[in-house]
Design a protein around this ligand. Structure first.
Ligand code: C2E
Ligand code: CA
Ligand code: CA
Length: 546
């Protein structure tokens, strides 16, 4: 052992270290020479099977070079291998002397535990692929690299179209087998240069560096080819086609989450276009985002009074008087302004929201009719129902309750149901319509001529009115075909005992042909646009005076 350079300081240091300390401690001089090692160091050397008792064997080979960086009062943490083990060492400079105390620990077990935890946290146990957390951190890293090197990378999100079906119908075990095979197929196609992850139930991601649009689409096409052939799952042949959404960095997003979100939107587009593969298109995104905004905000609008009703008069041609109105919903959105019914009704119809929306309309209209009974006496009000409303077998009872609550005569109310809504589930529609009819409310078939209902079916419905779709009414005066359709529809409807309404009447010329064809009622901008109830009452009074 070398002669201590600072004998006093070393004595002081040794006095502070009890021999019985179970932690292996080594004292080094500033030049890296070992000044002292406690008995725990000796035991450790033996335990690890070293033949000599030189404590330096437990230190990194370049320990001497590392010391100057620590300085006179500093500290350092080193991790390094010793034989097949992993060591950590806390290095503490002794103030005022040129010695360093080193506290050693064997962290092999801890490292193993950490790796196990790491695998659990960052890898999917089913496929062995990186999971969502790992994908996100890798994307963060790819973004940094791409920014530094000014190179693009692509993210492909692969989504199985029918995974849920396989999993539900064949069981989870088959679902798991399928996912493993998909992982295998993707891995076999994509070389080691990219990262593959499984980041959702049946969602896989491929991150490919240094690739352009064309390359990304080519890779996607290869993936689709690879994933299209049938899978054999425990002896069963199963089809599991995939759709792929493609995004490029930096073109299509500036963060990991926006890239993933946009890739999902691209998948949506691929499905809609039936094309299997789509690259993200911001225009389509605007459309989707707006739909999503409407969907989110509609929930609130129903409860917060942003919806209101307008009423459009219906004119009876025989008596030349207003016989009814159609109630049409309006939405005044705080940020987006007024949103046409044509835009948000289809959004609501795609979800359960159409149910609370319909209840809101029924309630609002009946309340209005109750409170304004004198002005609106004798005027029937039509309300539009959606296909989904006809599936709700409780709606007739709910409506009965509302009519009773607002003390409105059921005969005042007409329900308009589109021809196509009737055809979604004709049997259940028939049942619900019969129950509405028993309540005493009127029923009307809307947008007639646009669906494919059979006359035999229509004749069995308890319907009292048929509304000819606007597309036949427009230019009925100049289009012989339209006129012929209107004429025969009127005949047919009259034979079945129904009145006929022509909607969307805009010109006097259209009106006169419609009259000639035998239409009973007309409705359209020629008479009035849909109006708020107060405006409608004013309009009505002005007609009386005229
Ligand atoms: P719809 O039932 O066919 O209603 C007629 C639509 O034509 C209304 O559009 C009306 O404003 C418009 N219209 C009326 N006269 C004319 C005209 O002379 N020319 C033209 N070009 N258009 C005319 P709106 O109010 O935008 O409603 C669109 C659709 O939204 C309605 O079509 C109906 O299917 C649905 N809708 C509206 N309100 C409700 C509601 O409260 N519940 C449900 N379920 N659907 C509704
Ligand atoms: Ca209607
Ligand atoms: Ca209509």
């Amino acid at each position: 052992m070398a002669i201590p350079q600072n004998f006093e300081a070393l004595t002081r240091l040794l006095a502070s270290l009890p021999e019985s300390n179970p932690t292996p401690v080594i004292i080094l001089a500033g030049d890296g020479q070992v000044q002292y090692a406690n008995p725990a160091v000796e035991r450790l050397l033996m335990a690890l099977g070293f033949e000599s008792d030189n404590p330096a064997q437990l230190l990194p080979v370049d320990a001497a070079e590392r010391l100057p960086a620590i300085g006179q009062e500093g500290q350092a943490h080193w991790e390094y291998p010793v034989k097949s083990n992993q060591f950590a060492c806390e290095v503490v400079a002794d103030t005022g002397s040129n010695f360093f105390r080193l506290f050693l620990s064997d962290i092999t077990e801890r490292k193993h535990d950490q790796e196990r935890l790491n695998r659990l946290a960052y890898y999917d146990p089913l496929t062995g692929l990186p999971n969502r957390a790992k994908l996100l951190s890798e994307l963060h890293r790819e973004i940094r690299v791409a920014d530094q090197t000014a190179q693009a990378f692509a993210l492909l999100v692969v989504d199985l179209d029918t995974f849920k079906l396989v999993s539900y119908t064949l069981g989870h075990r088959h679902g798991d087998l399928l996912l493993q095979q998909v992982a295998h197929r993707i891995s076999s196609l994509v070389d080691g240069g990219c990262m593959i992850a499984r980041f959702g139930e049946d969602e896989f991601a491929v991150v490919m560096r240094n690739i352009d649009r064309k390359g990304a689409l080519r890779l996607s096409a290869n993936l689709v080819d690879e994933l299209t052939p049938v899978y054999t799952l425990a002896g069963l042949l199963v089809d599991a086609p995939a759709s792929i959404g493609v995004v490029l960095y930096p073109e299509h997003g500036d963060s990991a989450s926006s890239l993933i979100q946009h890739a999902n939107i691209a998948i949506h587009s691929a499905r809609e276009a039936n094309s299997r593969i789509a690259i993200y298109d911001p225009d389509h995104d605007n459309y989707t985002t707006r739909r999503l905004t409407l969907l989110t905000d509609l929930r609130q609008a129903i409860n917060h009074g942003d919806l209101f009703m307008h009423y459009q008069p219906k004119i009876d041609l025989s008596g030349n008087r207003v016989c009814g109105v159609e109630a049409l919903i309006r939405w005044q959105h705080a940020d987006l302004g007024s949103i046409p019914a044509d835009e948000f009704i289809p959004v609501a119809e795609g979800t359960y929201l159409i149910e609370p929306l319909t209840l809101w309309v029924l309630n609002d209209v009946l309340r209005t009719w109750r409170n304004r009974s004198s002005a609106l006496d004798g005027i029937r009000v039509s309300i539009n129902l959606s296909a989904r409303n006809l599936n709700n077998s409780e709606l007739p009872d709910i409506l009965a309750g509302l009519l009773n609550h607002w003390k409105v005569d059921p005969a005042t109310l007409v329900l308009e149901i589109t021809e196509s809504a009737l055809m979604v589930d004709p049997d259940s529609a028939m049942d619900v319509l019969n129950r509405f009819h028993q309540l005493g409310v009127g029923l009307s078939i809307d947008d007639f001529g646009t669906g494919y209902s059979s006359l035999a079916y229509l004749s069995r419905l308890p319907v009292d009115e048929l509304k000819i779709d606007r597309s036949f009414v427009t230019r009925v005066d100049s289009n012989q075909g339209n006129a012929a359709i209107v004429r025969s529809t009127v005949q047919l409807a009259h034979n079945l005992g129904m009145r006929v309404v022509a909607e969307g009447v805009e010109t006097q010329a259209e009106l006169s042909i419609l009259g000639d064809c035998g239409c009973d009622t007309v409705q359209g901008y020629l008479f009035s646009k849909p109006l708020a109830v107060d405006q409608f009452v004013d309009w009505l009074e002005a007609q009386d005076m005229a």
